[in-house]
Design a protein around this ligand. Structure first.
Ligand code: SAH
Length: 240
């Protein structure tokens, strides 16, 4: 059954976005009496739709469903080239990320300027909404305003990890070994295609971020976040 995030609830009625109303009426051509699932404030509801005076979405019953990880994951991602970021947004939502922080790293290829930042942010959040609806999430993932190095400290969690590919970095343990005590929230930082500048790693290490290895191979920038989220998701749900 098609799922949508509601933007408001008035008594028994849910309010959807204009785009979603259009999708239901004109793309899917749904009819009076059809059912959809609406997610609102992290809860899911089976709803009946009708088209008396425009689309009405009416509460039918609540669904006891939670498809979220029991660990909040904040992904800080060094902005890569072109549409790689969009692919990572989509796949990270499917893998259970909680929020995504675009990081203007030293080696990020400048894809943003004052003019296009808001447009890109709108597109990224649209991709996130669609991926969260498709993967039946209870939470809508937020892609926040891009940030510079110093602002990353505003996004710390109980456990803070920086995926550092420099195999010479002493004492870097594998990601897996740091997940043992089931942290309730994790922040993961991944670099752009060119990797991290040493100064970035030093700054984050001095502020409580632990360097982790993702294994012997050097993963592409867009592969690394998906690998990390897969390992975190597995560790979180393996006994469910
Ligand atoms: N500079 C690298 C490419 C960077 S890959 C090169 O030599 O080609 C982009 C990002 O992915 C890195 O900054 C790091 O955050 C992450 N990454 C890739 N492989 C990794 C590994 N084996 N261990 C830890 N992090 C890795």
């Amino acid at each position: 059954m098609q799922e949508y995030f509601a933007i408001n609830k008035i008594n028994e009625k849910f309010i959807l976005s204009e785009q979603d109303n259009f999708h239901i009426e004109r793309v899917l051509r749904m009819k009076n009496g059809d059912h959809i699932i609406v997610t609102y404030e992290s809860k899911k509801y089976d709803c009946i739709i009708d088209f008396k005076n425009g689309l009405n979405v009416t509460y039918f019953c609540e669904l006891e469903v939670s498809n979220e990880l029991e660990c909040e994951v904040t992904l800080i991602y060094g902005l890569p080239k072109k549409d790689k970021f969009e692919m990572v947004v989509q796949k990270s939502c499917e893998l259970g990320v909680t929020s995504i922080v675009p990081f203007l790293a030293k080696r990020s290829i400048p894809v943003l300027d004052d003019k296009n930042t808001n447009k890109k942010l709108e597109r990224w959040n649209m991709i996130a909404k669609e991926a969260c609806e498709q993967s039946k999430r209870n939470e809508l993932v937020k892609v926040v305003q891009p940030v510079k190095l110093k602002d990353l400290l505003n996004y710390k969690s109980e456990l803070n990890l920086i995926a550092y590919e420099d195999l010479n970095c002493v004492g870097s343990s594998h990601l897996y070994s740091l997940l043992g005590n089931n942290p309730k929230s994790i922040t993961i930082v991944v670099g752009p295609e060119g990797g991290f500048d040493k100064g970035e790693v030093d700054f984050l290490s001095e502020n409580g971020f632990i360097s982790v290895s993702l294994g012997k191979r050097i993963l592409r920038s867009e592969t690394a976040p998906l690998y990390m989220l897969s390992v975190i998701g597995f560790m979180n749900e393996r006994n469910k």
